[in-house]
Design a binder for this molecule. Structure first.
Ligand SMILES: [Zn+2]
Length: 476
């Protein structure tokens, strides 16, 4: 067990008192934080490694509550499309092309993106169809690189009779019992691996997915039962369809919104991590609050396909834990959580024409303890407190574009970038030191292989003409 001491940092703890220490230290032993305090109170102790954090903001690693890691291969493939068109024309055709080797290189790339932008934990929401082999291809790179992830296994089946005739109800590759058994087997195999892999489920009950006949009511209820029995979280795109397309179609079919539907079938449980949650009525927000469910907002993704703005003001008022996510980089197109924080503040303040609604502090809360709470990991991560896992980022704010003098938390959110991360520590292991990857020396190889595999998959999906465009002369 090695020990680590970070000294002379501007320490933003995000602990319950929201303590900020202008000249502080963080002590780490093994995988955990042992002490946080002002330098004036630093006990006389030795450490295997001392990191001088002068000029740096030291904080809990950023927690990305929504990402699809294979999407990192397909940045900039889906501009100019509403959600429904984008899913049908880009996401699903690409998802069908993914081999385990494609998933493996995407997992490496996503892990490196994560480290280089100060994100120590992210939720990988499965939207492709997986088996034991493809899950291994997604998870082994996580362990190799050393980042923390909540990895989800998707649950799918085909409702009989179909939920909708909007899309064909093709039989799923496994029946419901096999699907649930496989998910449990994968959870048993990987949950807790390396102290950094946390397993969960992905189950789609939102308008657009239901219209695609992705889940039966029986599967939703049995998935919730499995999650509750095993203490797992279930990630779910919710309240995200375009209001006049899938959202309206779903309302016609069910008489209500996405959350109303979960309430009606008796499936609204604390296990859910609801993603996006833009198009919901007051009664649905109340139901989320009463059920103790966390939501993840992904505002850049929502803006990219012009989907809407999440009602964060109402979520805060209802006491709902709100976290922040990027979404897959095929729709964002950046995993940079600093960028997500800035945009989250600006779009909310602009929507309400109230510059006081969201602050740099509220953005940092969402990107750390908020995401951790929504993901059920706040007992381990999301703040710098003794006993929590040592997931820590040092942002170098002593650079021309972000100089630290005036107000460091605001400088981080409004002036800095994710790649100002100088040092990243996950589970007590230093993964980035002085801006260089520590302990992983195949970054160039990963970037080259990712590019080659992405281009090949785009061609196989017959999207080359649509994607490889040098200059777009306006949209049709
Ligand atoms: Zn998503």
């Amino acid at each position: 067990m090695s020990s680590l001491l970070i000294t002379h940092g501007y320490v933003v703890t995000v602990d319950p008192a929201r303590r900020v220490i202008s000249d502080g230290y963080v002590a780490v032993d093994g995988d955990s934080i042992t002490a946080v305090g002002p330098m004036s109170e630093l006990p006389d102790q030795s450490a295997d490694e001392v990191i001088d954090a002068r000029g740096m903001l030291v904080m809990p690693g950023l927690v990305n509550g929504h990402n699809h890691h294979w999407g990192s291969l397909f940045k900039n493939t889906g501009e100019g499309m509403l959600l429904e068109e984008w899913i049908d024309r880009v996401t699903l055709p690409l998802a069908r092309q993914l081999s385990p080797d494609d998933l493996r290189v995407a997992a490496y790339l996503a892990a490196i993106e994560q480290i280089r932008t100060g994100t120590t934990c992210s939720l990988n929401h499965a939207v492709n169809i997986n088996d034991g082999e493809s899950m291994a291809a997604m998870i082994e790179p996580v362990l190799d690189v050393g980042v923390r992830q909540l990895v989800t296994k998707e649950l799918r089946d085909t409702p009989d009779p179909p939920f909708s005739d909007a899309y064909p109800a093709r039989p799923h590759v496994r029946d419901r019992a096999e699907e649930l058994a496989l998910a449990e087997e994968i959870v048993d195999r990987w949950d807790g691996a390396g102290g950094i892999v946390h397993m969960g489920l992905a189950l789609e009950t939102g308008a657009n997915w239901m219209l695609h006949n992705s889940s039966s009511e029986e599967l939703i209820l049995e998935g919730v039962e499995l999650a509750e029995r095993r203490g797992l979280k279930i990630t779910n795109h919710c309240g995200a369809g375009t209001p006049w397309l899938s959202h309206r179609e779903f309302e016609r079919a069910t008489g209500g919104g996405d959350v109303d539907f979960l309430v009606r079938i008796g499936a609204l449980a604390p296990s859910w991590v609801l993603i996006h949650v833009m198009h919901v009525r007051d009664r649905e927000i109340d139901a989320i609050g009463r059920a103790g469910i966390g939501v993840i907002t992904a505002p850049v993704s929502n803006a990219y396909n012009a989907g809407g703005v999440a009602p964060l003001k109402q979520f805060f008022a209802a006491g709902v834990p709100v976290g922040l996510g990027s979404d897959g980089t095929y729709v964002n197109c950046s995993p940079d959580m600093v960028e997500q924080m800035k945009f989250a503040v600006l779009i909310q303040n602009l929507t309400h024409m109230d510059p006081r609604l969201m602050t740099a502090e509220s953005a940092i809360e969402m990107a750390t303890i908020g995401s951790a709470r929504a993901m059920g990991l706040d007992h381990l991560i999301g703040s710098l407190e003794p006993g929590k896992r040592a997931d820590i980022v040092l942002f170098d704010l002593d650079r021309a574009h972000s100089t630290v003098t005036n107000r460091p938390v605001a400088a981080l959110v409004f002036s800095a970038h994710g790649n100002d991360a100088d040092t990243v520590i996950v589970n007590g292991q230093v993964l980035l030191r002085g801006g260089e990857l520590a302990g992983f020396d195949r970054e160039r190889e990963v970037l080259d292989e990712a590019t080659a595999r992405a281009h090949a998959a785009i061609s196989r999906a017959e999207l080359a003409d649509q994607v490889f465009v040098d200059w777009r002369h306006g949209h049709e």
